[in-house]
Design a protein around this ligand. Structure first.
Ligand SMILES: [Mg+2]
Length: 314
């Protein structure tokens, strides 16, 4: 739908053309934060638009987020609470759920034998447990004991066979308790056990931008990659692997899918990587005029100041 690389402002189009455009896709993927909600608050009009697309226009609607701080069922609960009528939790695509799906289809991973080491928050551990996969490490963990030197820690923990044996994967997510010890355990597993998978929820370099500029998951991942000499596989946007289960099952055809989001590097790049149309909304970190001044960033096919603006056409 991109015409000469120019982003089309939907509010500038006559209603008839918007109706034609609405008929050009049958599946809608929408980002979460900055697009339809901000943490636990709906962005005004977003639920009404997604519900109308689903209930009145027959679109299949999925919410696709890089939020690895909640499980799929917790995100579904938030969606319901905020008035989004997605039919079930399978319509939530989240990194924690993608990690589970990916591990289950890995030939080298056996959930009856392998456990997962998590450098990340407790939600990753909950999602794995709910799906019958044992994990350890998520959440709070004691750093070096008082008086400990790194040699003491390494001798105490990393010389044991169980420090790397039977660990089928290292999963990294956002972790406010990130520490040298966690990084050391992760690197030890990845170096000692080359069959272990190395998965990350996302590579967002900065957390909670633009309100803060503090380390995001990508910062932790980069440190572990540098030491382990291995590249992590991203289980969030913009990696197209996220959509493989839906594409393989025939539930989603990229050429008939619209991706809605607020972040060019994640959402618009994801749409482009998957061959989908893209709609940028201006409720996140990137107003269109700023984006257009940064031509190296992926430019969207369509633009709306906020998703709720689409309601007048539905
Ligand atoms: Mg967003």
């Amino acid at each position: 739908m991109m015409e000469g690389g120019t982003t089309i402002k939907l509010l500038d189009l006559p209603g008839q053309q918007v109706s034609e455009w609405l008929r050009s896709f049958d599946t809608v993927l929408s980002d979460g934060d900055g697009t339809i909600w901000q943490d636990d608050t709906e962005i005004e009009g977003a639920a009404a638009v997604l519900n109308a697309l689903q209930n009145h226009h027959g679109k299949r609607v999925y919410i696709i987020t890089n939020n690895g701080l909640k499980t799929r069922s917790e995100l579904f609960g938030r969606a319901q609470h905020l008035g989004f009528q997605v039919p079930n939790d399978q319509h939530i695509i989240s990194p924690t759920a993608t990690i589970v799906e990916h591990l289950k289809q890995l030939p080298d991973f056996d959930s009856s034998k392998h456990k997962v080491y998590v450098v990340g928050n407790a939600a990753i551990g909950r999602e794995l447990r709910e799906n019958g996969i044992e994990s350890y490490g998520a959440g709070v963990e004691e750093p070096l004991a008082k008086g400990d030197k790194w040699q003491d820690f390494a001798m105490r923990e990393l010389t044991k066979p169980e420090a790397a044996d039977n660990v089928g994967a290292v999963v990294v997510g956002w972790d406010e308790h990130f520490s040298y010890c966690k990084m050391a355990r992760a690197c030890h597993i990845l170096c000692r056990n080359e069959n272990s998978a190395f998965l990350v929820t996302n590579r967002d370099a900065v957390h909670k931008y633009p309100n803060f500029c503090i380390p995001g998951t990508g910062a932790f991942v980069a440190g572990i990659e540098a030491c382990a000499g291995r590249e992590a596989l991203e289980m969030g946007k913009p990696n197209p692997v996220v959509l493989e289960p839906l594409i393989q099952s025939g539930a989603l055809r990229p050429q008939r899918t619209l991706m809605i989001g607020d972040c060019p590097k994640m959402d618009i790049a994801f749409a482009r990587n998957c061959g989908m149309q893209s709609l940028l909304v201006g409720t996140g970190s990137f107003p269109l005029d700023i984006l257009q001044q940064n031509s190296h960033l992926p430019q969207p096919d369509f633009y709306l100041p906020k998703l709720g603006d689409l309601l007048q056409f539905l």
